[in-house]
Design a protein around this ligand. Sequence first.
Ligand code: XMP
Length: 515
Amino acid sequence: MTTADEKILILDFGSQVTQLIARRVREMKVYCEIKPYSTPLDEVRKFSPQGIILSGSPASVDREGAPLVGREIFDLGVPVLGICYGLQMMTHILGGQVEHSDHREYGHAILEIDEPGALFSGLPRQTRVWMSHGDRISRLPAGFRRIAHTSNSPLAAIVHESKKVFAVQFHPEVAHTDDGKKILSNFVKGVCGLSGTWTPESFVDRTVAAIREQVGPTGRAICGLSGGVDSSVAAVLVHKAIGDRLHCIYVDAGIMRAGETEQVEKAFRDSFHMKLSVVHAGGVFLDRLTGVSDPEKKRKIIGNTFIDVFDEEAKKLGGADFLVQGTLYPDVIESVSVKGPSVVIKTHHNVGGLPEKMNLKLIEPLRELFKDEVRAVGEKLGMPRDILWRQPFPGPGLAIRVLGEITPKRLDLVRRADKILDEEIRAAGLYEKLWQSFAVLLPVQTVGVMGDERTYESVCAIRAVTSDDAMTADWARLPYDLLGKVANRIINEVRGINRVVYDITSKPPGTIEWE
Ligand code: XMP
């Protein structure tokens, strides 16, 4: 179920950049969904899109097992835009010809527009586009004509005027295509006639109505609040819909950062007036983590303990019918992608198994949204910037930042070092520019000298990275003076740490977290 009235359907044939098409369409304030190319026609009809985009693919149309759609998709009376493989596939099934070209075309090419028409309206006659293909079309299917070419692709863009079917050999969704946004907008707004009604306001209104309908007049929901952006926005949205029939549970697992639990209490209880139980379960978690150094074991123990604690607390509250989760669209796409993931997104199932164990139905109000859209919705809901722009923090918390065995003393060391780093990063105005910045306590002791005394204490590593999506990351070029100040303060203020090092590993080959 979706809450939008203007919709574009993107059929995914396995391209690495399918998600970018969705981003571009959403930027036009038009709702869209990515579905696998094999989606049955009935489902396509039910979704009732006003336009369909066929994505690219690493496949070749004439190879066995190539992903194809039935030709009926072109007879729905809905405009279609094929991109790269989408063009080849369409040509293939509609009776044109696709050939393996001797010249693989990869990189920039100059598109010569023969006929601006609806798709290229407002573009210069020549424009730089991004190509990435081995095959090209050599004969048009019946009813089509060429509207643009490049030196390597005589049929780089084609149209079937009466059916409103367009296709391009290049990738308009990538930033390297200079007029890519304009071309996509010409299709979505010009050809499909959509105006862009999908705004945070409209999302909030429709979603609140949809949640009310789902939960009914008496249903009750619980939400595991972590303090992170996604669960926070999801909770506030559901609260807006059903008020005090939502009860949030925040589990303080003893592996949180300094002041975090208090911040959550303040924001949700005092500012949003939401029902919130805070469970102080640090003891249980630490007991179960005693003697455990292996990162995967830590993760499993924390995930399982979380479920136990949460379940017990929920029972105390007298049960519920629904569980609110802050699942985002990228998590959803991952689970529907075609053969071979079109987008590789790392998800962490911290509390996987919770809904099954507790026999709850899910409310996932953000499952249509990308992260930046979640923030925009949060803003509309009046949520403060420090929640909406919080850096990500992993479910297993400081437990995977205390390398080796976790003890209260070592947790305290990393927590204090982390607080100093956080203060300095914020003071330098860098907090929101960094994907993450944090301290890691190493299971290593080194010799130092403080005053006249010899010390033999722990090493702390500072990690700061820039990233768009955590799939890849670069180490942040923090100013030396800032690093110096942080190191100085940590060594002076945190007894038990006598050396600070800076991590200059990118991802890949490193991961962002050390464990
Ligand atoms: P890595 O370390 O794999 O992390 O480069 C990528 C992003 O995911 C976060 N992360 C986690 N988040 N549960 C989470 O909720 C986890 O178990 C977990 N492990 C890593 C990490 O902070 C980074 O943003």
